[in-house]
Design a protein around this ligand. Structure first.
Ligand code: C5P
Length: 216
């Protein structure tokens, strides 16, 4: 029996992991799930209901009632505010538990899948064939995110973006529930000095090496 090709792509915000995951999915003809969107949809859903980001119980209920249609408004979900809300609700064990099954079944599809997030290689798909942990310095990540957001009209100063990135890293790595951490068997890819083509090429080579190891 051959393994399904599950590819786990983890790392901090604006490391390049989303673009790399999408391109890996395209290359291997696999479905792709950006798991950050789930947490973003929960954060925005909570605010839409007039809830406070401190309300772990309501956040868990929103997560339990999440519908894939809630993931459609990607412009709104990829805003700065949604990222901040996401990282607040992502610390609640009830939210993570409510989103676990959906992510596990997505990963378990026949033939495989590509998932990107913070805990894919550690919690969601610990048996993934290929695991990548994509990173870059906070300064470079802040610049990338700043260009992306200002390019579509959001008004934000670079220094504020950098502060956001650093605060989000600390929150994601420091929380008790499924903290952002590189899995023991993940390959580290630092994209600080790479353009996206170079980074994607490096990622593809990591996946190819993993496929060879697994006889796929
Ligand atoms: O990757 P993205 O910036 O869209 O993620 C938004 C937030 O969602 C992260 O800062 C993190 O707190 C949370 N998240 C998570 N686990 C994942 C994906 C995202 O905790 N697998």
């Amino acid at each position: 029996m051959t393994h399904p090709l599950i590819i786990a792509v983890d790392g901090p915000a604006a490391s390049g992991k989303g673009t790399i995951a999408a391109r890996l999915a395209q290359t291997y003809g696999l479905p792709h799930l950006d798991t950050g969107l789930l947490y973003r949809a929960v954060g925005m859903g909570l605010l839409d209901r007039g809830g406070a980001l401190e309300d772990a119980t309501l956040a868990g209920m929103v997560a339990g009632g999440l519908d894939v249609r809630d993931l459609r408004d990607s412009e709104r979900l990829t805003s700065r505010g949604a990222g901040e809300a996401a990282s607040r609700v992502a610390g609640y064990p009830g939210v993570r538990a409510a989103l676990l099954e959906f992510q596990r079944s997505f990963a378990g599809q026949a033939g495989g899948a590509v998932l990107d997030g913070r805990d894919i290689g550690t919690v969601i798909a610990p048996k993934a064939v290929a695991k990548l942990f994509i990173t870059a310095t906070p300064e470079v990540r802040a610049l990338r995110r700043w260009k992306q957001l200002t390019g579509r009209g959001e008004v934000i100063a670079y220094q504020d973006m950098l502060a956001d990135i650093i605060r989000r890293d600390e929150r994601d790595a420091g929380r008790g529930a499924a903290p952002m951490v590189q899995a023991d068997d993940a390959v580290l890819l630092d994209t600080t000095d790479m353009d996206i083509e170079t980074a994607f090429d490096a990622a593809r080579r990591i996946v190819e090496a993993a496929r060879v190891r697994h006889g796929l």
